[in-house]
Ligand binder design. Structure first.
Ligand SMILES: Cc1cc2nc3c(=O)[nH]c(=O)nc-3n(C[C@H](O)[C@H](O)[C@H](O)COP(=O)(O)OP(=O)(O)OC[C@H]3O[C@@H](n4cnc5c(N)ncnc54)[C@H](O)[C@@H]3O)c2cc1C
Length: 300
């Protein structure tokens, strides 16, 4: 039986792999190749890279570091997870792999606006579509910006973006659904409200264009605020507790409610950021090491 199975090869899973491999533990990392970090054209808020670094370059460097210390990494999707005597069994195709502990670092998937995938990906690469004002609000300073969403989430995002630029428009995917207090807050902040639905998405002159019932609009950047799918199913099916949104509940050592099962990164409740994912993974890995050592001393 291995010491730990890590599910996920994003910033959280790879950080945990580096730590656990350097603790001389026998680990195995599974990754189905869909890290949100891989979508980052260039991050400018991740400390240590004054000129920024692309998500793909950051992941490649982390993979090389993990492999240098002996991490076994498989490009495969884990399809099932269950608790067994003394640990867990993860199902990969027809195979079952067993370990004394598991770290789930499967992240989240953002819901996309209703535009063709190819257009979306070009817009994302050029910063015309952005998903994270915490990450890159600075880059839209004094630009013309839309937030595509409504309700509490859409209003909160629009008000957050307002501290970077005075030109913010909140576009409803259909009709706006906003309580009076939020309408008042948006009006106080000078955030424009536009009803959807939006169609005829296009890119032109470094701007994103869309047509709503009141006419055609163009922006330098648009932030979808449509929520995300939290990839916590494996842990929930194994018996771990999640909140209503699907985020795994963890204690301050990244332990889920199921003993031996840990979670780090976006899949756990917290700030969806690379640095946070890495910090949580360092805590999880060290707690896993200490738990295994308490069961059987890890002396060489
Ligand atoms: C466009 C964009 C820009 C961003 N910019 C920034 C930024 O500038 N700064 C910043 O700090 N953050 C940024 N973020 C957020 C950042 O990408 C995430 O917070 C970070 O990637 C979270 O890391 P993670 O390891 O938790 O999840 P992820 O990076 O999403 O990794 C999850 C991993 O789990 C794997 N996986 C999922 N299910 C399975 C399964 N069943 N079996 C095997 N593998 C599985 C996936 O393949 C993936 O490798 C941005 C996000 C987006 C979308």
């Amino acid at each position: 039986m291995d010491d730990c199975i890590i599910i996920g090869g994003g910033p959280a899973g790879l950080t945990a792999a580096i730590y656990l491999s350097r603790y001389h533990l026998k680990i195995r990392l599974f990754d189905c190749g869909s890290s949100r970090a891989a979508l980052i054209p260039c991050t400018h808020n991740h400390a240590g890279y004054p000129e920024g670094i692309s998500g793909l370059d950051l992941l490649a460097a982390m993979r090389a570091q993990a492999e240098k210390y002996g991490t076994v990494r498989e490009a495969a999707k884990v399809m099932g997870l269950r608790a067994i005597e003394g640990g867990f069994a993860a199902r990969i195709g027809e195979r079952e792999v067993r370990a004394r502990s598991v770290l789930l670092a499967t992240g989240v998937v953002n819901h996309r606006p209703p535009m063709p995938d190819a257009l979306h990906d070009i817009a994302l690469a050029k910063g015309q579509i952005r998903y994270c004002p915490v990450c890159d609000g600075y880059e839209v300073t004094d630009r013309r910006v839309a937030v595509y969403g409504t309700g509490e989430h859409g209003a909160r995002e629009a008000l957050f973006v307002r501290s970077f630029t005075q030109d913010v428009t909140l576009i409803a995917p259909d009709r706006h659904d906003l309580p009076p207090e939020q309408i008042e807050q948006l009006e106080d902040a000078g955030v424009a409200r536009v009803e959807g639905p939006a169609a005829d998405w296009a890119l032109e002159d470094d701007q994103i264009l869309l047509t709503v019932p009141s006419g055609q609009l163009r922006f330098d950047s648009l932030y979808p605020a449509l929520g995300s799918h939290i990839r916590s199913e494996l842990a929930v099916e194994a018996g771990a507790r999640a909140d209503d949104s699907g985020c795994l509940e963890v204690d301050d050592h990244q332990r889920t409610s199921l003993p031996g099962l840990f979670a780090a990164g976006d899949v756990a409740k917290g700030l969806d950021q690379i640095s946070h994912a890495m910090g949580e993974a360092g805590v999880a890995a060290t707690t896993i090491r200490n738990m295994l050592n308490a069961e059987t001393p890890l002396w060489r």
